[in-house]
Design a protein around this ligand. Sequence first.
Ligand SMILES: Nc1ncnc2c1ncn2[C@@H]1O[C@H](COP(=O)(O)OP(=O)(O)OP(=O)(O)O)[C@@H](O)[C@H]1O
Length: 237
Amino acid sequence: MNPRLECTGLTGGRGISTVFRELDLSLESGRILALVGANGAGKTTLLLTLAGVLPLADGEVRVDGEPVRSGRPRAASRAGVVLVPDDRCLFTGLTVRENLQVAARRGGPTPSDLLDVFPALRPRIGLAAESLSGGEQQMLAMARALIQQPKVLLVDELSMGLAPQIVETLLRTVRESADTNGCAVVLVEQHVDLALEFADDAIVLNRGRITLQGAASELAADRDRMEQAYFGGTLER
Ligand SMILES: Nc1ncnc2c1ncn2[C@@H]1O[C@H](COP(=O)(O)OP(=O)(O)OP(=O)(O)O)[C@@H](O)[C@H]1O
């Protein structure tokens, strides 16, 4: 069977500057991959590229074996790739219900189904997204992603500015979604310990190259190798 997400030889960046080179990734259905690395390593650029927001210079992305056209957000979306961006990109003037309604797909989960997943949003359903707390906004951003029933869920810096308890709740939801719906998740996270706790696999990116990869539990147990991969740049494949 094909992996849910398969990337081969990915090279890309911002404008004329190359940010990552010749990356290979493979992720089975239901697996969470923690993508970690120092500031500027290229994590966000890679996620934006997988989501079709930025074009590839080279390489190929496949979802369930089907190639996804590069640089086309709608093509990525149709292929089932959904991004939760670090700035959330909510429709701030629309209500919680409306934010969910615009993302809902025919025959898929309803806004009410997502409120069962995030009960804290229920009393906020008629409020504008801009009036929510940071944690509630992140829940809404996650709910808006999950209502699309992603095959591949890309999550960028979920924890930014949030209380640890809310981050744990959100990560638990991501884990459940991977387990029950079979989506493959790429999780970019500065809180490395937390990311490794919830992930199955992990990759360290250093200046756009993979410097360490393996089981999340193994990487979590080997701080020295992690640090070396973060800053030293020894290539291990
Ligand atoms: N909007 C942009 N325009 C041009 N270059 C950018 C832009 N955003 C980021 N870059 C550059 O792309 C490279 C990778 O940045 P990126 O944000 O992907 O890294 P990151 O690993 O996500 O870092 P961080 O953890 O700080 O968000 C950096 O050299 C950065 O300066």
